[in-house]
Write a new protein. Structure first.
Length: 524
């Protein structure tokens, strides 16, 4: 579908408030009907439409009718009041009836069209962040929190906070994601075991509900909305502001990759380090697999060691990489050296295969940007990404490893992309939030971050994902998917399990016309 009106920007502003409806049409059908009295300007030019149709997944193409680039949250509220039928034309007056859906779009790093609204209106959250007064990121006087426009990218939050010597405490691996986008999912990474996901580090939110109401919510105020939107997949409202917890920003980071050839040694050490009952207390913990049938990226390691790391992978077919980091300031350096010493003495890695880098805090957190630059230069960034992200209960991780990693992945002629493999703790997740995790104190984050192109197309990789899910189903491994895209209602009901009733109740309470984020395919 193409949208072409000859005009690039349709301006619906008039000096007189009039009830004359203006039709925004695509060539095929009416997409969006906005009354002039709404005083909203939307974009329907081919560039805007095409940008809002695609996402990082590079698999779906969902064409919206128009894009709203709002300059204030009042505009978003007006749009939603109209779309939900709550907009008043004044006494005895009638206007066009709405019939379109609305989706907030942060950075569009969704995988399957979750940030689009076919035939409806996409709200570009970047516009709102750029227009934020006095600024998109405002650090409190005491430095304990920041008020952040939801369309802001995490990298921008970091930049502003570190200038004041403070920083959010928990991160995603990649920072060019919007605050509103990750809070709608969970926001997980190597600090989650210690501080919880990003949704556990928010004090307060401003949200515009599906009825266009502007509400402030927190653990004390409008709690149903607060817990609903955190991990709520955009279903209850559009987050416009988030108050994010901050703490001291360290200056530098000791960043280690430690190699294992034995799976149980690897997981035993990972689990010991996240249990925090030891005195080592690392600040970050993740893990990855290096497989001989995949691309073995040795760029982390010193040049002189890259060959021996590569041959280690070849010899063993699979090497498990424990990744930890310890933050420090110049004054804490002696303690850090003791910690590194203790790691060297107590962990069960392959002797001689512990590698360390010493980097500034910002560079550590922004490490995936370098990978992006590399992939972009090779034309391997804008390719289909049939990613599979799952949470696996600790009690079944060995079965998962034997069945999936050894049985399936190592048995492929080739594998593509990065495979994340690390445990995290459940105790920092709040069960009242919408995000779903397995019912066990420790669970593993498994990310199969496939890139298609080259030898495999995305459908083949997606088949592999289906096999993985099927294996877990038939073996009774009770996984939860993350960043999932189900299209059948029964899958959503099963995903939310005991929380489905709350999810549905909150939907009826805050978005009764089911307008918001239709690309999640939960209520359509
Ligand atoms: C390279 C890469 C690395 C990643 N690494 C991690 C990681 O380490 N950990 C992790 O947890 N995730 C990770 N992700 C996934 C990421 O958190 C999600 O894709 C997230 O949705 C991206 O944010 P976005 O701003 O691009 O969201 P979008 O794709 O724009 O939106 C996602 C969903 O949220 C809704 N939404 C967006 N903004 C708002 C808002 N303000 N209010 C309400 N709803 C809203 C949208 O309608 C949509 O349904 C990664 C993604 C990529 C591409
Ligand atoms: C319409 O909105 C613009 C801002 O987008 C504002 O400057 C203008 O005053 C509004 N017009 C009316 C008639 O409300
Ligand atoms: C959103 O707005 C920003 C800033 O104006 C712009 O750079 C970006 O291309 C827009 N995105 C979409 C999908 O329209
Ligand atoms: C995938 O990305 C390529 C390169 O940017 C683009 O030409 C193509 O239209 C995209 N396809 C989809 C379905 O998004
Ligand atoms: C590995 O692949 C071969 C050929 O496809 C198959 O016959 C074999 O059963 C597979 N092994 C495992 C452990 O799945």
């Amino acid at each position: 579908m193409t949208t072409n009106l000859g005009l690039n920007i349709i301006t619906l502003v008039t000096l007189l408030i009039t009830l004359t409806p203006t039709l925004i049409k695509s060539e095929e059908s009416i997409n969006v009907l906005l009354p002039i009295s709404l005083n909203l300007t939307v974009l329907t030019d081919p560039f805007s439409i095409s940008a809002a149709s695609q996402d990082f997944g590079n698999i779906t193409d969902e064409t919206p009718g128009a894009v709203l680039c709002p300059s204030s949250s009042v505009e978003v509220s007006r749009l939603l009041r109209f779309a939900s039928g709550e907009f008043s034309y004044g006494e005895d007056a009638t206007g066009p009836s709405p019939g379109f859906k609305v989706a907030a779009r942060g950075q569009g790093h969704s995988l399957r069209g979750q940030a689009s609204a076919p035939g409806g209106i996409v709200v570009n959250m970047t516009c709102l962040a750029k227009a934020a007064k006095p600024a998109a990121v405002v650090v409190s006087a005491d430095g304990t929190y920041a008020d952040v426009a939801a369309g802001t990218m995490w990298v921008e939050v970091l930049e502003t906070a570190v200038e004041r010597g403070v920083s959010p405490v928990t991160w995603t691996d990649y920072l060019y994601l919007s605050v509103g986008g990750t809070l709608s999912n969970a926001g997980i990474g190597g600090q989650t075991f210690r501080h919880g996901p990003q949704i556990s580090n928010v004090h307060e939110l401003d949200v515009i509900t599906g009825k266009g109401e502007m509400m402030t919510c927190s653990p004390k105020l409008n709690t149903e909305l607060f817990y609903g939107v955190l991990g709520g997949l955009g279903q209850f409202g559009i987050i416009t502001r988030a108050r994010i917890a901050l703490d001291h920003a360290p200056k530098r980071v000791k960043w280690l990759r430690i190699l294992y050839n034995d799976f149980s040694d690897f997981t035993r050490d990972q689990e010991r380090l996240i249990s925090m009952v030891n005195d080592i207390r690392v600040d970050f913990l993740e893990g990855q697999l290096m497989m001989s049938n995949g691309f073995v990226d040795t760029s982390f390691f010193p040049l002189s060691d890259q060959t021996r790391v590569a041959s280690l992978v070849n010899d063993h077919r699979i090497i498990y990489v424990l990744e930890v980091a310890k933050y420090y300031d110049t004054t804490t350096l002696p303690i850090i050296n003791q910690v590194i010493d203790m790691l060297t003495r107590t962990l069960g890695f392959i002797p001689g295969f512990m590698f360390m880098r010493d980097v500034p805090y910002f560079d550590f957190l922004n490490r995936v940007r370098n990978e992006e630059d590399k992939l972009r230069s090779l034309g391997l960034w804008e390719v289909p990404h049939p990613w599979l992200n799952i949470f696996v209960p600790r009690s079944r991780i060995q079965d998962f490893h034997d069945g999936i990693i050894k049985g399936l992945l190592l048995n492929q002629t080739s594998t593509s992309g990065v495979t994340l493999f690390y445990p995290t703790n459940r105790n920092k997740w709040n069960n009242r939030m919408s995000a779903m995790i397995p019912d066990e104190d420790v669970f593993y984050v498994i990310g199969l971050l496939h890139s298609a192109g080259g030898s495999q197309n995305w459908e083949e990789l997606d088949n592999l994902n289906d096999k993985i899910i099927h294996f877990c189903d038939t073996s009774g491994i009770k996984i939860k998917e993350y960043l999932m895209h189900y299209t059948r209602k029964e899958d959503w009901v099963q995903h939310f399990g005991p929380k489905w009733g709350d999810f549905l109740r909150r939907k009826i309470m805050f978005d009764p016309k089911k307008l918001l984020s239709p690309g999640q395919d939960i209520f359509s």
